[in-house]
Design a binder for this molecule. Sequence first.
Ligand code: T4K
Length: 418
Amino acid sequence: MTIRKQSLKDLAIFGGEPAFPEHLHVGRPNVGDRERLFERIDDILSRRWLTNHGPYVCELERRIADLQAVKHCVVTCNGTIALQIGIRALGLSGEVILPSFTFVATAHALEWLGITPVFCDVSASDHNIDPRQVEKLITPRTSGIMGVHLWGRPCDVASLEEIAARHRIHLMFDAAHAFACSYNQRMIGNFGSLEVLSFHATKFFNTFEGGAIVTNDDLVATRARQMRDYGYDRNDDVVSGGTNGKMNEVSAAMGLTGLESLDEFMAANRRNNQDYRTQLANLPGVRMAAFDEEESNCQYVVVEIDESQSGIGRDRLMEVLHAEKVLARRYFYPGCHRGEPYRSRYPALRLPVTEALCERVLTLPTGTAVEAETVAAICDLIRFAVRHGSEISESALPRRKTNRNVPKSDLAVDAILS
Ligand code: T4K
């Protein structure tokens, strides 16, 4: 049962009853048909083939390659390892340009391999790497560009391809959010030298933990397959350096089962996305990121809060929602460049759009675990909070734990994003 709010004191943050009895999470996993999953797990145990390129892993690779309409799919134990293998398979070195407004794994994958991540600002319109800024960051040490299709919204692929070709550097994409998405009606997986998917539990489609490198390049695919398996080739010869990036059979079984319910997952995301959009429309200072529903999996519901119009800041709104058990997230605060080891290395680096977005963005619960009534109740809460924005903001509340290590942006957020 959901508790509706009549007056300020009804808010849980002021001592009222929380709106929801249970926590609502942003990354609640989508789970397919349990019976089918258990049957497959039973098969695995009977077969006693648990990992190392088992039949379910091979089937999953074929199915994903078909779905993404791409020649090769190399599945891995997670998306971060897939990024590292992809980076190695392309032979990247020196410096690689990437957005700072992304999950820290994008930057860490490079850093872990001794490559310098060079942080680029994003476009305010789509939150993706800004090709005009990329060009300015290219140096003789630049070996590649890593775009991130943030929130499942494709980058400006055409401009990035043109820049990479002109400078003769590699282009790869962190497509962790973009499984089953497309760009100009062509499936993600077909752009740059390779693209990397994540199948983490919190993603639109999951294998508990998992990821994949997808590419049309035979050589890159062969290298990635070998590097995933300690550098072994098919003749049992070690032909390169490598790691253990293999996916196990239970994860592949989860993936195969999830694929059978993909339409249901997509329908839930689209319905929630539309409901949030309708119910938050015309709310002052609350702007929802727009998705092309034909091309995106809509796995994130992203709102930008402009305090000058809403009367309530993003962080205070998040506190209100958390008290009501709605665990909205401020992805990807504070931006990679303001977390270690990068902030010590680049203390003076300023990325105005990234920093402004980090002050404003909030992601809301969606996916198959979130029903239409739940979306309606969350939207009621947000509307209530905005209606009483200045009163909530001015009320004395217990001080929130802040991360004092994160340098506060000194940039004029309103001016940058307006
Ligand atoms: N590139 C990008 C752009 C990425 O976003 C990611 C991962 C990667 C690369 C790396 O891919 P992987 O190596 O992860 O395959 C989560 C995920 O752990 C991470 O996979 C994801 N991006 C990132 C955006 O979100 P956290 O730190 O937010 O996770 P956590 O534990 O706080 O979970 C998020 C919410 O989901 C919580 O409210 C709890 C809920 N949850 C979580 C799990 C694991 C559940 O309800 N059930 C669950 O099983 O990073």
